[in-house]
Structure formats: C-alpha cells, structure tokens
Design a protein around this ligand. Sequence first.
Ligand SMILES: [Zn+2]
Length: 249
Amino acid sequence: MARRPKDPTTRSNTPWLSRVDISNMAVALWGCRLLYPHALDKLKLYHSYSSLKEREKIGYDYDIRKTFGRSAITVMAPHGGKIEPGTSEIAEAIAGLEYDFYAFEGLKKSGNMALHITSTSFDEPQALYMAVNSETVLTVHGYRGSGEKVFVGGLFAALRERIRDRLAGSGFQTGETSHYQGSSPSNMCNRCRSRGVQLELTRGLRSAMFHDKSLRSCTSPTDLFLIFVQSVRSAISEYALALSRMSDK
Ligand SMILES: [Zn+2]
C-alpha cells in the first residue's frame, strides 16, 4: 500500500511544531507587543545612554556615583552595582582618595543586565566628560567564569604590563583573552589622553574577594580584595608620581 504523502500546507518539517502552531505563536507575540509595547524591547540591551534613560529611572533602576581625587587618573566601573557585582567596590577602593572614581550602578531587584551598555558604546555624559579630561582611565569589569582569573587589557601598554606584573607577583592568575582585550579606541578605558587599562575579573575571583560568595552583598571584603586593590594601586602609583612631576614643571 502506497504511503500517504504529507500535506505540505499544514505540517512543518519539525514534527512537534505544526505551521498552525507557529502561526498561533506569531499572533500571540504580536498581541503581546500591542498590549505591552515595550515588553519585547526590554529583552534587548541598550545601545546608548539616551535610549536607556528613556525607560529606566535614575535613583530607582540605576544610579551614578562619582568622587574626585587629586590626580588626572580615573578609575571606573561602567557596569557597577548589580550589573557586574563587586566591580563598583573594587574600583572605588583602587581610586581611594587619590584618583577620580565613577560608577554606573544597576539597582534593580532583577534583570540588571538590561542596563549593560557595552564599553565601546558607553556614552553616559558624566563618564565621557571624566574620561576625556583624564590622562588615563582604568576600568573594572566582571566576566563570567568560575576560575579565579583577571584579564588585563587596554591600549596603554606600559601601565597594562605593570599592573599585570604586580597582580601576577601577588599570586593572581592573569592573562589576555581575545574577547576582552579592550583594544578599541572607542572603549571607555581608551577615551582619555594616554589611553587606558581594562580589568576583567571572573565571577570566581570576585566571589573570593567578598564574604558573601553570591555577591548579593559586597560590603564585606576578604583579604584577597585588599591584596588585589593594593597590587593595582602600587602599579599605578609610580605612573601617578611621574604625572605629578610633569605637572609641577
Ligand atoms: Zn563590564
């Protein structure tokens, strides 16, 4: 007996999903878009600060913190707060009283990655102003991964190598990754006069730097946090000293 041919108008090649199902899903998504016009767009990341601030409320969804030091060096956490947990605290401690500090922080109860504007598109005006008026910028980022590693990138080769050497000398696993080299001139860390340095810390390393391993609270740092911060600070202190001597002339 000849097999009955499939009806091409009602069945897709995917046996568990008919064309009718696909059609219904499309209608449902379209209906969802009509009822909640921003619901689907919320799933996307913002590509600029102007589009973010149209939908997110400062002081509620996100906030900006900054302090000013005495040197033309700025330490930034453009994905701070709950976006890349721990990075604000690390950047602020590296800045101390000597260097300028800036953090763009996610405050949402959940879904803070929606506030992640990539480093090459990050254009929050206060951050841009601080960067272009700095001699160099050090940005601190969080990277997924359970290993305790820090990737050191950025276009300021001399400072980058000095920071990497100091961190390695303190026992940290350092390296480069093709994804996070910070080599674009439009990367936030490089929008300053002498180019800058970018640190990407794995989640495993950040978890080891705070007593709350979940990183929900980053108020209680471990000794590893202090060693990390001191290593980076000692690396940039000689550069800061050279800068201050140049400005005295
Ligand atoms: Zn980041």
